[in-house]
Write a protein that binds this ligand. Structure first.
Ligand code: RTP
Ligand code: MG
Length: 141
């Protein structure tokens, strides 16, 4: 842990847009003190989804994962701050909302693993790789 600022990629998944929770989730991250460095709305192509979730290609849940993440528009964010990657993961809670305590995003807003509201990069390497899928340097502020 250090106080050096880092970037992380966050996706507000299609369920979040559909349920009109984008403002609420973004607000949590802003209140925490993370800085909004980039933001866009887009619909992932199957190719982009494969790039984003490439570590999961071949797993049993992969087809459903791609179908869900490409099912509607999403909001992509870059959030910045000291320990931003771990901070976002802690705020999200565990992958399965059943295990996510109240107070976490998945604990407060989700019931099933397939529709779990939010994505956050899981490491510095992932963050750098994922940010480049969504944003050019000119789109980061
Ligand atoms: P994410 O990448 O979406 O932020 O989620 P995560 O790191 O918490 O979880 P990860 O292991 O990367 O899985 C990516 C997404 O795939 C779905 N999943 N289903 N066993 C299963 O059925 C299973 N495992 C994972 C979840 O929707 C998860 O968010
Ligand atoms: Mg993941």
């Amino acid at each position: 842990m250090s106080n050096i600022s880092e970037n992380t990629l966050v996706l507000l998944k299609p369920d979040t847009v559909l349920r009109k929770l984008c403002g609420e989730i973004l607000s949590r991250f802003e209140r925490k003190g993370l800085t909004l460095t980039a933001l866009k709305m887009l619909k992932l192509t199957p190719e982009m989804a494969a790039e984003h979730y490439r570590e999961h290609i071949g797993k049993p849940f992969y087809p459903d994962l791609v179908e869900f993440i490409t099912s509607g528009p999403i909001v992509a964010l870059v959030l910045t701050g000291p320990n931003a990657i771990k901070t976002v993961r802690t705020m999200m809670g565990p992958t399965n909302p059943v295990d996510a305590p109240p107070g976490t995003i998945r604990g407060d807003y989700a019931t099933v693993m397939s529709n779990n509201i939010v994505h956050g990069s899981d490491s510095l390497t992932s963050a750098q790789r994922e940010i480049a899928i969504y944003f050019t340097d000119q789109e980061m502020f």
